[in-house]
Design a protein around this ligand. Structure first.
Ligand code: RP5
Length: 181
């Protein structure tokens, strides 16, 4: 229910607040209904020990909040923004238009068009204003892409990513082994 989602969001916000240091990654979403999808990004950042914040910013319902958020993110120390939205998903693109920071867009699966509307709204940006778009409802990949982006200037994060990839490979090989027997 909406109430449970609100509690889950507050819990995630509290965990994020407790993490050391100012948030380096900002996870925003158009609605509380996006949280079941977007929490996967937060889980990845926790796993990699990256300080993040998570909140609701709506391009259509809270345009002033979106403007302020995007304008101030860089000065607050945010380095990567993950923005999820569904339907007429203008949030990632509008935020990218207002900040020099990299923006990763997550097309949230909508009920009417299964997220195809979200995907096209996010991915078809005009030249000059890029948004790195992940697959429909794949917020985990947005988290991983944020870690890789930060990792470009952080050897510790690159090592952690390499270890993650190795463990993923080992997991699949183990499954293949079991399946073959
Ligand atoms: C978008 O509209 C949100 O990102 C969400 O995916 C969708 C539906 O929002 P609600 O009507 O559930 O608040 O702005």
């Amino acid at each position: 229910s909406r109430h449970e989602v609100a509690i889950a969001l507050r819990k995630l916000e509290a965990i994020a607040d407790a993490a050391n240091g100012a948030p380096v990654v900002s996870i925003i979403m158009g609605s509380d209904s996006d949280l079941p999808c977007m929490k996967a990004a937060a889980e990845v950042l926790e796993q990699f020990g990256v300080a993040y914040e998570i909140t609701i910013v709506s391009a259509h319902r809270t345009p002033s909040r979106m403007y302020e958020f995007a304008r101030e993110a860089d000065a607050r120390g945010v380095r990567v923004i993950i923005a999820g939205a569904g339907g007429a998903a203008h949030l990632p693109g509008m935020v990218a238009a207002l900040t020099p920071l990299p923006v990763i867009g997550v097309p949230v699966k909508s009920s009417a068009l299964s997220g195809n509307d979200s995907l096209l709204s996010i991915v078809q940006m005009p030249r000059g204003v890029p948004v790195a778009t992940v697959a429909i409802h794949n917020a985990a990949n947005a988290g991983l892409l944020a870690v890789r982006t930060l990792g470009a200037a952080d050897p510790t994060l690159r090592r952690k990513m390499a270890a993650y990839m190795e463990s993923q490979e080992a997991e699949v090989l183990c499954k293949a082994d079991k399946l073959e027997k």
